[in-house]
Design a binder for this molecule. Sequence first.
Ligand code: HEM
Length: 162
Amino acid sequence: MKRTAKELDRFVGGWLEEHKQRRLMSGGLIEEQVFMDVLLNILEDADIGGFDADTINKATCLVLVFAGNDTTVVALTWALSLLLNNPCVLKKAQDELDMHVGKHRQLQESDIKKLVYLQVIVKGALRLYPPVPIIGLRAALEDCTLSTGYHISSGTRRACMD
Ligand code: HEM
């Protein structure tokens, strides 16, 4: 684990150096900022809980890659597998895409609100095969009331899917 952690740190450290160089060359005026650039701007000389800005930047980027990669792969694989096993649903999804997007351009994020059938497919796949079936247990440490007025007593545990 220690060896792998070092390797990962070298890997993500390489990204960080690239972004720092790019920032230096552009005089801090990068037009299309990616997540790491944004963190570089925000963190500057941060020292949070004894961790320096570079460590916080690398850890935040790594957690997003880890949390976002496998979950998305598993969700998409199940959704595609379910579609292939339900050809009439696949046909309806294709018809909806043809109607709202057509065959001559790629789907944009802004199209999604019109693709209601596709949304249901994604929700159905997540319900049938959640990529994260057992999630870490959490408990409220103290009484708190949400801005909506909902009260949560100290010790309340968040429900765990299984
Ligand atoms: C189908 C895709 C995904 C599923 C099923 C999923 C599921 C989950 C679940 C169940 C949690 C725990 C929530 C909790 O304990 O309160 C979580 C947390 C998290 N997810 Fe995802 N996730 C997905 C995609 C992503 C993506 C794409 C990213 C990043 C780009 C991401 C980043 C995170 C992070 C950073 C946390 C921790 C949040 C926190 O504790 O503050 N996830 N995710």
